[in-house]
Ligand binder design. Structure first.
Ligand code: ZN
Length: 472
């Protein structure tokens, strides 16, 4: 009898040890993984909690997410009842979950900080034990909208033309500028435009009503914080229609065989689009150059403006090439005619200025060289960054005398005119750019326009009178 109890005792100890071992090994099961992708910054009226939860070749026993603020807990998500969450299977082992957060769905949220906590669990070996992972993230709740107020007066836009505005945006580090239709122009601190002692919330922005935008495009100054809170202010007094010309450009094989192979040789990005079946299709190649390459070049030029410095590097009106004959106007709608047939249509977004062959081409105003090389259809091309998103482009040059990074003064020689790129003869192709977009240069050549639209506003905001006008 006694030995039986001993045996029983031994058996109980053995079973307990085994259970202990299983419980321990169940604890060794790999826990789920959780990666929080959003919010990546502050949350405002709108926001998203997005995370990816991973589990090996098994299933989740639960995923729960909550938001805590000031001692209150708000349930956001539970796997058993996903509600408005979007649950996507990222791959065999991972679920991606997106849940709306922000004041719009959680009206009790207040300005300050909040945190999210996510717990994911899986059952272990023999389902003895739940193995879970908990991850938290703290972020800012920003509910007070930024402010924007326009300070300058008399804003008029010509179709295809530019304008300038001075405004105040708070808090000073908020993203702000001008939006025309869907195109945004960055605002810059007014201290960079020569207003001494300007506080950091005072900003300036150049913007444009592009030739291909409708005349009734909405124009607003905007300020938008990292949480997506945005305010806008309308300020444009009037918009004027400007007729754009239409012209027909005859092209022949002589012209095509002179320009197209050379442009393609310089432009590997366009070469790959050529037809393999028809390697000697000169007109086909021209259409690639005039269409695809023209578009790629426009994107390349626009990208340069993103690095524009926050300072006005220029003063006074821009200079037109001396004694030049204007051969083509801004936003000229060109139809290309080959063997009597219309083969293509493009808008010419610059001015063609001709003097005589090989004349020195000078900087229209002071700035920094950002391109001094072949640039697709523009052949040998110089681009000057004048600061605050303003740039000028000089195309079809036969030679270039400057290099990227050079500071140039107004009137300084950049190179000589020529007919490189898509040019029928020796001329200068001149483009003015605002925020990377081509605009009508006529305004920028006009001393009266520069004074009324730019200098007057700066002086009214506290900038000193330009040196040229103050001295005699
Ligand atoms: Zn041109």
């Amino acid at each position: 009898m006694e030995s039986m109890f001993r045996w029983l005792g031994f058996l109980i100890i053995l079973l307990l040890s085994l259970a202990g071992f299983f419980y321990w090994s169940a604890g060794q099961t790999t826990p789920p993984t959780i990666t929080i992708e959003q919010p990546a910054g502050p949350v405002g009226q709108q926001g998203t909690l997005q995370f990816t939860a991973g589990v090996g070749r098994t299933i989740f026993s639960g995923i729960d997410a909550t938001l805590e603020q000031n001692g209150k807990t708000f349930p956001l998500f539970t796997l058993k009842n996903p509600g408005s969450a979007v649950v996507t299977r990222a791959d065999a082992d991972h679920l991606q979950i997106a849940v709306p957060i922000g004041k719009a769905v959680l009206p009790e949220l207040q300005q300050g900080t909040a945190s999210v906590t996510i717990t994911a669990s899986r059952t272990s070996f023999l389902r003895i034990r739940d193995v879970h992972t908990t991850v938290s993230k703290t972020f800012a709740i920003t509910l007070e909208p930024p402010r924007v107020a326009v300070l300058s007066s008399k804003h008029y836009l010509n179709h295809g033309g530019s304008e300038f505005v001075i405004y105040r945006a708070t808090p000073p580090d908020v993203r702000s500028g001008v939006r025309v239709g869907t195109v945004e122009y960055q605002g810059y601190p007014a201290s960079g435009a020569g207003i001494p002692g300007a506080d950091p919330s005072l900003k300036v922005a150049f913007f444009a009503l592009l030739h291909d935008q409708p005349l009734d495009s909405r124009v607003v100054a905007f300020a938008r914080d990292a949480a997506g809170n945005e305010v806008t202010a309308s300020f444009v007094d009037d918009v004027f229609e400007k007729p754009f010309r239409k012209s027909r450009i005859p092209i022949d094989d002589r012209f095509l065989s002179r320009v197209v192979p050379e442009i393609l040789a310089h432009s590997p990005q366009a070469k790959v689009r050529r037809s393999i079946d028809n390697p000697n299709d000169l007109l086909g190649d021209f259409l690639i150059v005039n269409g695809d390459l023209r578009r790629m070049n426009a994107e390349q030029i626009a990208a340069l403006s993103l690095k524009s410095p926050a300072a006005l590097l220029w003063k006074g009106p821009f200079a037109q090439l001396g004694n030049s004959q204007v051969e083509a106007a801004f936003a000229d709608a060109r139809t290309y005619v080959y063997n009597g047939k219309d083969v293509d249509q493009q808008t010419h977004l610059g001015f063609d200025l001709a003097v005589t062959a090989n004349v020195p081409v000078v900087a229209a105003n002071s700035g920094t060289i950002v391109n001094a090389d072949w640039l697709g259809i523009y052949g040998n091309c110089v681009i000057i960054d004048h600061g605050m998103g303003i740039a000028s482009l000089y195309g079809h040059l036969s030679s270039i005398d400057v290099k990227v990074g050079d500071s140039v003064a107004k009137g300084q020689v950049l190179g000589r005119s020529g007919m490189t790129g898509l040019a029928g003869g020796d001329h200068l192709h001149f483009t003015m750019l605002v925020g990377g977009h081509p605009v009508n240069p006529v305004e920028w050549w006009d001393a009266h326009w520069i004074q009324d639209r730019v200098e007057r506003k700066l002086q009214e905001a506290g900038a000193p009178t330009p040196v040229a006008a103050a001295t005699r």
